[in-house]
Every structure is written in structure tokens, then in C-alpha cells.
Design a protein around this ligand. Structure first.
Ligand SMILES: N[C@@H](CCC(=O)N[C@@H](CS)C(=O)NCC(=O)O)C(=O)O
Length: 202
């Protein structure tokens, strides 16, 4: 039995989609990440950062969305959401997972949590503005990688595409819209039509 700690619009939603696809029993607990109230100490023991997602699984617990994604794909090879370690596509699979988690997500963090990236309040708008242009630069890299696609791994659908879809939902009105990245837009549109995705991102 899995237990996923999640919040609306968070990086937990991609994991939730994976759990739906895997089809094993799971439990959900929502964490209120949008208030300043102190986090439940029990949750902080699982993730001392206080972030979602975090996952409990038989015999352990972990956090970091990309790590959880890879972990679940490896535990459930029957759903074929990741190339196996001895397959050539494993390299690009890990590359894109780590790129999205290590490059794209931090750009969003700079935008949404600018107060964590500047000491003086008057600098927050500058951090947010640069995060916005940085997001466009990074989405362009992904757009190029999706040519010809249709998926990040070429003709093979994987958990990378679900992760990319999740991150596309974080774009705000002031960002370069997804329509400026036609290959990304096509991939996002295809993923959004999956029933497990539509059920979670309602
Ligand atoms: N590197 C972490 C980042 C997780 C993260 O930033 N989660 C956000 C929601 S998407 C959160 O819980 N924010 C609350 C906070 O930072 O206080 C991951 O990928 O899991």
C-alpha cells in the first residue's frame, strides 16, 4: 500500500497519475502548503523541507518528485513507463527526468518563491522577471527535443511525458504561453487526453 502526500497544483500530481496507472491500492493525504501554518511534525519527519510530494511505501519513505517517479517506474515495469536500465533509451529517460527536476523546476521556484532567491524585497520582481525568461529558454530546449517526437523519448511514451505535462500546468498568464512551443503543446495535448491524467488534473 502506498501513501502519497500531495497538494493541489503541486509536483505530487504527476505521482498521483502514476499511482492511478499502476493500479495498486494507495492512500492520499493533503498537506496545506499554501498557508504559513507550521507543518505537521509527523510530515516533517518524512520530508524535513515540508514539501510535497512525499511517498510512503512498504518498508520506507522518500521525497523528491523525480526520484519518486523513477522509483515507481522501476518497481512496476509492467506499466512500461520507463526504459529498463539495460535499454539504450534509459539514458535519455534519466536525462530528461533530471533536466526537468534540476533545471525547469528551479526556474518555477524562482518565480513562485522569489523571496527564497533574493535577500531584499525590492529584488523580488527582478528575480521573478528573470525566472520568466528562463522558463521560456528551458521550454524551448524541450520543444526542440520533442521534434519530431511525438514524445520526449521519440516514439516511446514514458513517465517523462507525464512529468512534462505536469510542469506545463504551472505556467502563469505572464509567461510565454505553451502555444509558443508547438511540439510541447502537441505532447501536452496528447497527455491531457489520458483518462488517468484527466482524473487527477480536473
Ligand atoms: N525538489 C522538490 C520540490 C518540491 C516542491 O517545491 N513542492 C512544492 C509544491 S510543487 C511545495 O511543497 N512547496 C511548499 C513550500 O515550498 O513551502 C521535488 O521535486 O519534489
Amino acid at each position: 500500500m502506498y501513501k502519497l502526500y500531495h497538494a493541489p497544483r503541486s509536483a505530487a500530481l504527476g505521482i498521483w497519475v502514476l499511482l492511478e496507472i499502476i493500479g495498486e491500492p494507495y492512500e492520499l493525504e493533503e498537506i496545506d502548503i499554501y498557508s504559513d501554518a507550521p507543518r505537521d511534525p509527523e510530515f516533517l519527519r518524512i520530508n524535513p523541507n515540508g514539501w510535497v510530494p512525499a511517498l510512503l511505501y512498504p518498508g520506507g519513505a522518500m521525497y523528491e518528485a523525480a526520484a519518486i517517479t523513477i522509483f515507481l517506474c522501476d518497481r512496476h515495469p509492467e506499466v512500461k513507463l520507463a526504459p529498463l536500465p539495460d535499454e539504450p533509451a534509459r539514458g535519455p529517460f534519466l536525462q530528461w527526468m533530471v533536466y526537468m527536476a534540476g533545471t525547469l523546476q528551479p526556474a518555477y521556484q524562482s518565480f513562485y518563491y522569489s523571496f527564497r532567491f533574493a535577500s531584499r524585497e525590492e529584488d523580488y520582481p527582478s528575480v521573478r522577471a528573470r525566472a520568466g525568461t528562463r522558463l521560456a529558454e528551458i521550454w524551448q530546449v524541450l520543444d526542440d527535443a520533442l521534434d519530431p517526437g511525438p514524445w520526449l523519448l521519440g516514439d516511446r511514451f514514458s513517465a517523462c511525458d507525464i512529468y512534462l505535462y505536469m510542469l506545463s500546468t504551472w505556467l502563469a498568464d505572464e509567461h510565454t504561453p505553451i502555444s509558443a512551443f508547438p511540439n510541447v503543446a502537441r505532447c501536452v495535448d496528447a497527455v491531457s487526453g489520458m483518462p488517468e491524467v484527466a482524473g487527477v488534473f480536473d
